[in-house]
Design a binder for this molecule. Structure first.
Ligand code: SAH
Ligand code: MG
Length: 218
């Protein structure tokens, strides 16, 4: 978390309010060490979905389906939800969750590596009003091109984990060698979102950092 922990708990106590079954799914994910979006990010996603009411939503990075189920809760009931995941064990977990919570027809899980799936969706001329990017941080810049093409004009792109626990502001020599590549790539991605003209972007210190972008027409 980027902000003071007690402040975070206070904010969540006021604004975090998800249905019981999602609390149960969040708890299960935590017990299995499966990543899920943090509580203030859950609140922000729910808010943006109610506000923008997109009719087609794409998520990159399903894990075991927590955030896609949350999306299904706050999107309009007519909205379509596609989500991409490549790891077999996660796919299995997501399908189990969808079955358990009656989301099998509501959420469309696309199995495969997002770098390939995104190109397929572009070729199919799919268009989304809302994209939630929450996969491998080092790949965000590679996904940015297809994601731009998949978004409608003024469509929303929400990107999770962009401040990586505040590590992004450390000099690249202060981060471990393993993280250095990701660190550089995330900086490039944030620079792209804020300077390319493709998007209007605000970077928020919510959870591990969230970028909220709106697509500018090409
Ligand atoms: N959005 C989920 C958490 C996602 S964690 C939630 O809040 O419930 C990130 C997930 O992205 C992991 O399960 C990982 O396997 C997946 N992932 C990472 N890189 C990917 C890629 N290139 N293609 C598809 N899935 C990917
Ligand atoms: Mg995340």
């Amino acid at each position: 978390m980027v902000i003071d922990e007690r402040l975070g708990v206070f904010i969540d106590s006021l604004s975090w309010n998800i249905p019981q079954y999602l609390k149960e799914a969040e708890k299960k994910a935590a017990s299995e060490n499966v990543p899920v979006i943090k509580r203030p990010v859950q609140t922000l996603l729910g808010f943006l979905l109610r506000f923008a009411s997109p009719d087609a939503i794409l998520e990159i990075g399903t894990a075991t389906g927590f955030s896609s189920m949350l999306i299904s809760e706050y999107a309009s009931q007519a909205a379509t939800i596609d989500t991409i995941e490549k790891v077999p064990a996660r796919i299995k977990g997501a399908l189990e969750n969808y079955k358990k919570y009656n989301k099998e027809t509501r959420i469309n899980l696309i199995q495969g590596d997002a770098s390939e799936v995104l190109e397929t969706l572009v070729a199919q001329k799919k268009l989304y009003g809302f994209v939630f990017m929450d996969a491998a941080k080092g790949q965000y810049m590679n996904f940015a091109g297809p994601v731009y093409r998949l978004l409608k004009d003024r469509g929303i792109l929400v990107t999770d984990n962009v401040l990586k626990d505040g590590e992004i502001i450390q000099s690249r020599y202060a981060v471990t060698r393993r993280d250095r590549t990701i660190h550089g790539r995330m900086r490039s991605y944030l620079y792209y979102l804020t300077h390319s003209g493709d998007f209007d972007t605000v970077i928020l210190p919510v959870g591990d950092g969230v970028a909220v972008s709106v697509k500018n027409p090409g």
